[in-house]
Design a protein around this ligand. Structure first.
Ligand code: SF4
Length: 185
């Protein structure tokens, strides 16, 4: 029997290929923890797509509280940062810390995140943050991209998204990312 791995999932698109890859070595359990997503109807769309993905991949899915106040309190001082700057590092850390806490509560000693799969996100920074939080909590962070070709994995994620008809977002998630020049995920 494979070891349990708590998998923070940001959206069904990033989760699609990562779930299959993680299933090769672990027993992944999804954790949807994304209080960054705004507005609420967008949150519901992405959450529902993740429910569909979990069902199709036959994995368990836990859903975190949609705690927008806490997310805003932490990130609003960096509202004007460009995407990929300090606000995003805080946003990654907040979601990964919640994931690590939930893993510890469930007695799971490994966690990962599908955030690393997105071509719009810095997987090296996410790995550093994940490892730091893991060290603080006495857990192990698994990088879902390390040792694999990120572009090939993303191409496969897009193929799976088209085939399964998952919802595709038009911006990263928070209100600050709803800008004409913003990235899409
Ligand atoms: S742009 Fe994306 S990663 Fe950055 S703070 Fe907003 S939701 Fe988080």
């Amino acid at each position: 029997m494979s070891e349990k791995l708590l998998m923070h999932t940001c959206c069904a698109i990033c989760a699609s290929e990562v779930t299959v890859a993680m299933k090769a070595g672990y027993d992944p359990i999804a954790f949807f923890s994304n209080p960054n997503i705004y507005p609420e109807d967008e949150y519901i769309r992405r959450r529902d797509a993740m429910r569909l993905s979990a069902k199709k991949n036959d994995i368990l899915l836990f859903e975190d509280h949609y705690d927008r106040n806490d997310w805003l309190k932490n990130t609003s001082p960096f509202a004007n940062e460009p995407e990929g700057g300090k606000r995003c590092a805080l946003c990654f850390a907040l979601r990964l810390r919640r994931t690590a806490d939930f893993a510890a509560k469930k007695g799971i000693n490994k966690f990962t995140t599908t955030l690393s799969a997105s071509p719009y996100k810095d997987e090296v920074l996410i790995r550093e943050i994940g490892r730091k939080i893991a060290e603080e909590k006495g857990l192990i962070f698994i990088d879902p991209i390390i040792g694999r070709d990120k572009k090939t994995a993303w191409d496969q994620a897009m193929k799976m998204t088209r085939e399964e008809g998952y919802y595709r977002q038009r911006y990263c998630g928070c209100e600050y990312s709803i800008r004409p020049s913003a990235n899409k995920g």
